[in-house]
Design a protein around this ligand. Structure first.
Ligand code: C2E
Ligand code: MG
Ligand code: MG
Length: 455
């Protein structure tokens, strides 16, 4: 065989960067092992580095490549000679573990995860990434393709439940993946046929009952979505990328409604949820917001963009600069579901924010020994941010929140999300929500300002 032919063969079976087997070599090896009559228990692992994209974006591809080579070396060092580690491209690695029990497979996967999560010394700096791993145990009927698909579904679950973990494939994952695809297809259809609507939930001044703003919430009032919750559909939209056009529709519709209400003499603020994917898409969200405000003749100060905490921290640098652009228009920015993400308090002062929305999980602990709302209120005050308590459901919560000096709130107790007509009706009539008199008398100071009560 000529040297050139040798080189071609190597190229056809190897990944050029790491020298590991490539995809076609790996699937061939899996298939032949699965078809061999003497095969024992086998495991297939799908491995993905968490945060690798950030490394590439921040330090350049050279550093990224170095990290991948080091990751490949670590993986190869952790498995036996009879096992196969391969790279599928990007930061996607796979492993085939021959002849191992269930326990051994999980143990090896955990070892790989730990090894990949140790700091990397690349490009004269220390870089930390973690790894998510999906593990599948192919059965008698499986081939390489189905084994890999199952491992990939398990990987999806590992990422979804917070990354840096191993997740083992279960058949139910298949059903939920199909369900997500189904939801995305229905949503695509609804968007194309103009069947999306918005509901509006008041954000209320807890001192007076005045409506401070309305939050626009996506609704699917169609029998196609009878079996789906909003959260499920939004998740499917996030995953498929459909959230970008759907979020564009929401923004346009919400600002359109604001414009219509203004023409009827109603001046109210509107909060609109956006996904981090809308900030990333290169779709220029700031320009889109600006155009809609001009088109519907709405002042920028009437609009607040809400972004969920855990989405924001994922791609902090880019999201921050995009949000800062939006804020420079005069639009406000709220951090949604505060207290549920992996917030590091150190980044909070640097974010371009106007308010925090306390997640309803935290609100529900009001008055218990695990009540962190007073601490968040102090934090908000120190940082000059308004604080909104979400998900107020019970009268005791409301009075405790008021006593703690929380001045803005939202929740079923105050008002359910309303259809457009009911929302307009409410704004037109009184523009306020009747509040019960405080039940537990807060220690009011002489000026009667609830904020000062806890000082
Ligand atoms: P979110 O932005 O935190 O919105 C508040 C959610 O809590 C809404 O659920 C609302 O109906 C619900 N809620 C309000 N008060 C209460 C209460 O007292 N108790 C309880 N249990 N729930 C309450 P919804 O409409 O199902 O929306 C869920 C999430 O979906 C939203 O959470 C938001 O993250 C996302 N979402 C909704 N519309 C949009 C949208 O247009 N774009 C994007 N990107 N996300 C959206
Ligand atoms: Mg929200
Ligand atoms: Mg929220």
């Amino acid at each position: 065989v000529s040297r050139q032919a040798d080189m071609f063969r190597t190229r056809a079976t190897q990944d050029g960067l790491t020298g590991l087997p490539n995809r076609s070599e790996f699937t061939g090896r899996v298939d032949s092992l699965l078809h061999s009559p003497s095969r024992g228990h086998v495991a297939v692992l799908f491995i993905d580095l968490d945060g690798f994209k950030d490394v590439n974006d921040s330090f350049g591809h050279g550093v990224g490549d170095e990290l991948l080579i080091e990751a490949a070396t670590r993986l190869a060092a952790e498995v036996r000679d009879s096992d196969v580690v391969a790279r599928f491209g990007g930061d996607e690695f796979v492993a085939l573990l021959a002849d191992c029990s269930d326990d051994e497979a999980v143990e090896v996967a955990e070892r790989l995860r730990a090894s990949l999560s140790a700091p990397y010394r690349v490009g004269h700096r220390d870089v930390v990434v973690s790894a998510s791993i999906g593990l599948a145990r192919p059965g008698a009927d499986d081939d390489a393709e189905s084994a890999l698909r199952n491992a990939d579904l398990a990987l999806y679950r590992a990422k979804e439940s917070g990354r840096d973990r191993v997740s083992v494939y279960e058949p139910a994952m298949h059903a939920s993946a199909l369900r997500r695809l189904d939801a995305a297809a229905r949503l695509r259809h609804a968007l194309a046929h103009d069947r999306l609507t918005l509901a509006y939930q008041p954000i209320v001044d807890l001192r007076t009952g005045d409506i401070y703003a309305m939050e626009a919430l996506l609704r699917f009032d169609h029998e196609d979505f009878a079996d789906w919750t909003v959260t499920e559909v939004i998740e499917a939209a996030e995953e498929s990328g459909l959230i970008v056009p759907v979020g564009g529709w929401v923004l346009d519709a919400a600002i359109g409604t604001l414009g219509e209400w203004r023409r009827k003499g109603i001046d109210v603020r509107m909060n609109v949820n956006v996904s981090a994917r809308q900030l990333e898409a290169g779709g220029d969200l700031a320009l889109q917001v600006e155009n809609a405000l001009i088109c519907y003749e709405v002042p920028p100060t009437s609009l607040t963009i809400e972004i969920t905490e855990h989405q924001l921290v994922r791609d902090l640098e880019h999201s921050t600069s995009e949000l800062a652009r939006i804020r420079r228009l005069g639009v406000r920015v709220a951090l949604d579901d505060f207290g549920t993400g992996y917030s590091s308090l150190s980044y909070l002062p640097r974010l371009p924010l106007d308010s925090l929305k306390i997640d309803r999980d935290l609100t529900s602990r009001t008055g218990s020994s695990r009540d962190t709302v007073p601490a968040v209120l102090r934090l908000g005050r120190d940082l000059g941010l308004a604080v909104v308590a979400e998900g107020i459901e019970r009268p005791e919560q409301l009075s405790l929140l008021r006593a703690a000096g929380c001045t803005l709130g939202q929740g079923h107790l105050l008002s359910m999300p309303l259809g457009e007509r009911a929302a307009l009706e409410l704004l037109r009539s009184s523009g306020r929500i009747p509040l019960p008199a405080p039940t537990t008398a807060p220690a009011l100071d002489p000026s009667g300002a609830p904020e000062a009560a806890e000082a």
